[in-house]
Design a protein around this ligand. Structure first.
Ligand SMILES: [Zn+2]
Length: 386
C-alpha cells in the first residue's frame, strides 16, 4: 500500500492528508497531534508539519492542554471558528437562512413566511437581500465569507414535464448556482435538501458513529442520501437517491413524474394531508394534523409508517447500510416512526439486515445541511482561501 503513495504526486498527497486531518479535527472538535497521527496512520512529524502550517494559515488554533491519563498532557488543537463565516440557505415551503462560524455554530438566522405562490426569482432575490443584511448587521465583509450553501426542493426537475405542486413549480428551469454566482462574489454550492440534510448528519450528527448509512428525508418531498465510506454516492448522472419515486404499487396513485405508485404519493406531508382530508379533517398542514385529536390519527399515521417501512426495507435489501436515519417533518411523528420500524422488521430479507438500526435524524435544523455542504467543499479546496 505504501508504494502506491510513495511514488505519487506530493502536492496531491499533501492535500489528501490535510483534508483527512481537517475532517478529524472538525468531527472531534478538539484533538491532539498524536491522536491525529494514530487515527490517520500518518507519521507524527508529518502531522506536526501539516498542523503547524494550518495554524500559521489561521485555519487551526492551539487551544492549550487537554486531559491525559498520566504523563504529559497533550496540546489540543481545534478549528479556528473565526477562519471564515458560512451561510446556509434552505428553500422549502418557507425559506430559512442561517449565518454560522466555521464550527457551524449559529450566529444569526432569518426565516420567511410560508409563501407557496412565490416564484423562484422572487425567492432568490429575497434570499440575496436577507443575506446581505445579515452580513451588514454583523459587520462581516464579503471576503470573510467561506461560501454559501443552498438546499433547494430538487435539482433534477429537468426530467419532469409537468409539475403541479407550487413548491416545485418553476424550479425546473432555474440554475440556482449560476443565478447566485451572477449576483454575488461568494463561492456557491447547491444541492437538493435530501442531500444537504444527509451532509448535516455526516458532519454534525450520526456521521460521528457511522461512515456508511442512508439518510431518508420524508417531508414535503421524499428523497435520500446514500453514504458509503463517508461519501455521498451520486450516481452516474448525479441523480442517485430519488427514493420518493421508487414504485411500491405499479397500479397505484398517479405521480407528477409520470409513473404510478411512487412512494412519495403515500408518505409525503402533502399526501398525508390528503389522506386525512378524505376522512373529513379540515387540517391544511402536517403540523395541524399532528396537533389534532381526531380518533383515526394514530391508525392513519401508523399506516403511513408501515408504507414508509416497505420502502426503507427495499433500501436495506439493496444497499445493506450500517444504519438508516429517518429525518424530515413526517418522521417527527412517533406513530409514523414506530410504524416504519415495525414494518422494516417484517419486510427486510435477511436476518442480518433485519438488525439494521433505524434512527431518528439528529440534526434537524433548517439550513444546517447547507452549512455542511459549504464545509464539505471548503475543506476540499482550502488552497483557494488561505
Ligand atoms: Zn413519481
Amino acid at each position: 500500500m505504501a508504494s502506491k503513495y510513495q511514488s505519487g504526486k506530493p502536492a496531491l498527497l499533501k492535500k489528501m492528508n490535510r483534508r483527512l486531518i481537517l475532517e478529524l479535527v472538525f468531527k472531534h472538535k478538539e484533538i491532539s497531534r498524536s491522536a491525529l497521527a494514530k487515527k490517520t496512520g500518518l507519521a507524527l512529524p508529518s502531522v506536526m508539519r501539516l498542523v503547524d502550517e494550518l495554524i500559521s494559515q489561521k485555519v487551526l488554533v492551539d487551544i492549550g492542554k487537554g486531559d491525559s491519563s498520566g504523563g504529559r498532557k497533550p496540546n489540543l488543537i481545534s478549528l479556528n471558528k473565526e477562519f471564515k463565516y458560512l451561510i446556509g440557505v434552505e428553500i422549502a415551503v418557507k425559506t430559512t437562512i442561517i449565518l454560522t462560524d466555521m464550527l457551524g455554530q449559529i450566529i444569526d438566522s432569518w426565516a420567511s413566511e410560508e409563501l407557496p405562490d412565490s416564484t423562484p426569482d422572487q425567492i432568490l432575490f429575497q434570499v440575496k437581500d436577507q443575506v446581505l443584511s445579515l452580513l451588514e448587521k454583523h459587520a462581516i465583509e464579503e471576503s470573510q465569507v467561506g461560501g454559501i450553501g443552498i438546499g433547494t426542493p430538487g435539482t433534477n426537475f429537468k426530467y419532469v414535464k409537468d409539475i403541479p405542486y407550487s413548491i416545485l413549480k418553476g424550479w425546473e428551469n432555474m440554475d440556482v448556482k449560476a443565478w447566485f454566482e451572477n449576483q454575488m462574489d461568494f463561492r456557491v454550492h447547491v444541492d437538493n435538501v435530501a442531500r444537504t440534510r444527509t451532509l448535516a448528519e455526516l458532519w454534525f450528527g450520526h456521521g460521528k458513529n457511522y461512515d456508511d448509512f442512508i439518510y431518508v428525508f420524508v417531508d414535503q418531498g421524499v428523497g435520500c442520501g446514500i453514504v458509503h465510506e463517508n461519501t455521498i454516492y451520486e450516481g452516474f448522472n448525479g441523480v442517485a437517491g430519488e427514493f420518493g419515486h421508487h414504485v411500491i404499487d405499479y397500479n397505484g396513485r398517479s405521480c407528477y413524474c409520470g409513473s404510478r405508485g411512487c412512494l412519495e404519493m403515500y408518505v409525503s406531508a402533502g399526501s398525508i394531508i390528503k389522506l386525512f382530508q378524505a376522512e373529513g379533517t379540515m387540517a391544511t398542514s402536517y403540523t395541524e394534523i399532528l396537533e389534532s385529536d381526531v380518533s383515526y390519527k394514530k391508525a392513519l399515521l401508523s399506516q403511513v409508517g408501515h408504507i414508509l417501512g416497505v420502502g426503507v426495507s427495499n433500501l436495506i435489501n439493496i444497499h445493506n447500510p450500517k444504519a438508516i436515519i429517518l429525518g424530515g417533518i413526517v418522521a417527527t411523528s412517533d406513530d409514523v416512526f414506530n410504524g416504519a420500524i415495525e414494518s422494516v422488521g417484517k419486510n427486510v430479507f435477511s436476518n442480518y439486515s433485519s438488525n439494521t438500526p433505524v434512527l431518528r435524524g439528529s440534526v434537524e435544523v433548517e439550513g444546517i445541511g447547507s452549512i455542511a455542504l459549504v464545509i464539505h467543499h471548503l475543506l476540499e479546496n482550502l488552497d483557494l482561501l488561505v
